[in-house]
Design a protein around this ligand. Structure first.
Ligand code: UDP
Length: 456
């Protein structure tokens, strides 16, 4: 009898990594194979609800003594990479040994690309491995060039321009932040470049993007390595609607106030609300917070602003009272539902890759306020390549002023160029749906991969 294919999927325990890999797992499982997502002890409680009702199975392995929290804090992520490697090398190997003698021996382990060492671990046990990259294809290509030594770091002169194959030329403000400030997070930079340390070896390499979004650079990389685009990894309900139970991500780091957000949005007119959120990690300085606050107020638009609990104390003292009629400030939102709401007219964002893909897939134009890591590069594409947003200029002190914020919001919500951005966003939304729908590029890549895996 033909054996069912069993695939193990191991994400790195940070929200921006877990959700895309979980979504990919659901897609895989919808096509027949048995899929087991390996959670680690530090994140299993946050995912408990998800595990009760899901098309995928879960196994938990140890990633430490339980004292560490899922990637909430940056310093911990940096330290974690090395410690994670030590502990997980052992616990992953033990799990695979156990699974090999079970009724469902695994055929492939899909591991987060930030843990390239997993390939050796699993191959030594006779199971193949394939990395999953959570960032954009352009950003992956940039780190690949850095690994090849073709980018001299740190990039210094303000006029430094990077000309890389199949990519628009990138100015100093468009490259991942670590290339300029190489000393800021050396362990992170090393980890990101190291994703490519064994790029030649896997038989499959998965990217969370889609062909029509980054056609040139996808073409460049996929003609050299077995790269498969499989995104965007957004719950099916918001895209092709083929996976009936796939309505939300599996993991929410913080508890969103769903009712408060949705009821408030329901009372607002189409396209009249600015949604502002800077993701799960970015922390603005107090002065910058105040500029954002007054910029939102002065735009005179309705606004829904996510200010995480750890950031709340930086809000100007009289702000909430002064804006009670116009604004709603929450500590966490159901972002997908919010972006899908017809009241939203623009998304003021830090351009994290998940937020970017969500806005593109739901057709929401953006006000880009990148902070660090891959966000400047995503902003470059949002503005100059996809033309679905405007980038807020930073002044000579490194601050984004309230006047600049107000102007950018007004441009997207009311201006002529905003209308063009909206049209471009709607076109990309169609392309995103097409990619994951039956016969689309990402769907075909998944089908072809599974067909080959079955024969291997
Ligand atoms: N998110 C959310 N509620 C919020 C803010 C963010 O659910 O109030 C989600 C958002 O939908 C996205 C993720 O958090 O999936 C943020 O990921 P991204 O890559 O954009 O940024 P990061 O947090 O990694 O900087």
């Amino acid at each position: 009898m033909e054996r069912e294919i069993h695939i193990l999927v191991i994400p790195y325990p940070a929200q921006g990594h877990i959700n895309p890999m979980l979504q990919f797992s659901k897609r895989l499982a919808s096509k027949g194979p048995r899929v087991t997502v390996i959670t680690t002890t530090s994140m299993s409680t946050s995912m408990a609800a998800m595990q009760e009702s899901s098309a995928v199975n879960f196994e938990t392995i140890s990633d430490g003594d339980g004292s560490n929290e899922v990637g909430v804090n940056l310093a911990s992520i940096v330290e974690e990479l090395e410690r994670f490697k030590l502990v997980v090398t052992k616990s992953l190997a033990e799990l695979i040994e156990r699974q090999k003698s079970s009724q469902h021996p695994p055929k492939l382990v899909i591991y987060d690309s930030v843990m390239p060492w997993a390939l050796n671990v699993v191959r030594q046990l006779g199971v193949d491995g394939a990395p999953f990259f959570t960032q954009s294809c352009a950003v992956n290509a940039i780190y690949h060039h850095a690994h090849q030594g073709s980018i001299q770091m740190p990039l210094q002169t303000p006029s430094s321009v990077l000309s890389l194959p199949s990519m628009p030329s990138l100015g100093i403000n468009d490259v991942p932040s670590f290339f300029i400030d190489t000393a800021s997070y050396p362990a992170l930079l090393k980890g990101l470049v190291n994703q490519f340390s064994n790029f030649q070896e896997p038989n499959w390499i998965f990217f969370n993007t889609f062909d029509n979004l980054e056609p040139e650079v996808v073409n460049w990389i996929a003609s050299r390595w077995p790269v498969k685009t499989v995104g965007p990894t957004i719950p099916s309900m918001f895209l092709d609607k083929r996976l009936e139970d796939d309505k939300e991500y599996g993991l929410n780091l913080f508890k969103p106030n769903v009712d408060a957000c949705m009821k408030w949005l329901d009372t607002k007119e189409i396209g009249s609300v600015v949604y502002a959120s800077f993701g799960s990690l970015a922390a603005l300085g107090e002065e910058q917070m105040a500029e954002v606050a007054w910029g939102l107020k002065n735009s005179n638009c309705y606004f829904l602003w996510v200010v995480r609990e750890s950031e709340e104390k930086k809000l100007p003292g009289n702000f909430l009272e002064a804006t009670a009629k116009k604004g709603l400030v929450v500590t966490w939102s159901p972002q997908l539902q919010v972006l899908a709401h017809k009241a939203i007219g623009c998304f003021m964002t830090h351009c994290g890759w998940n937020s970017t893909l969500e806005a593109l897939s739901l057709g929401v134009p953006m006000v880009a306020m990148p902070q660090w890591t891959d966000q400047p590069t995503n902003a470059k594409f949002i503005v100059d390549v996809w033309k679905v947003g405007i980038r807020i200029k930073v002044d000579e002190k490194g601050i984004v002023t309230k006047e600049e914020i107000e102007m950018c919001i007004r441009e997207v919500i009311e201006g002529e160029s905003g209308k063009e951005m909206k049209r471009n966003s709607m076109r990309l939304k169609e392309l995103a749906i097409e990619a994951v729908d039956e016969g689309g590029s990402s769907d075909k890549n998944i089908e072809e991969f599974l067909a080959k895996l079955a024969l291997s």
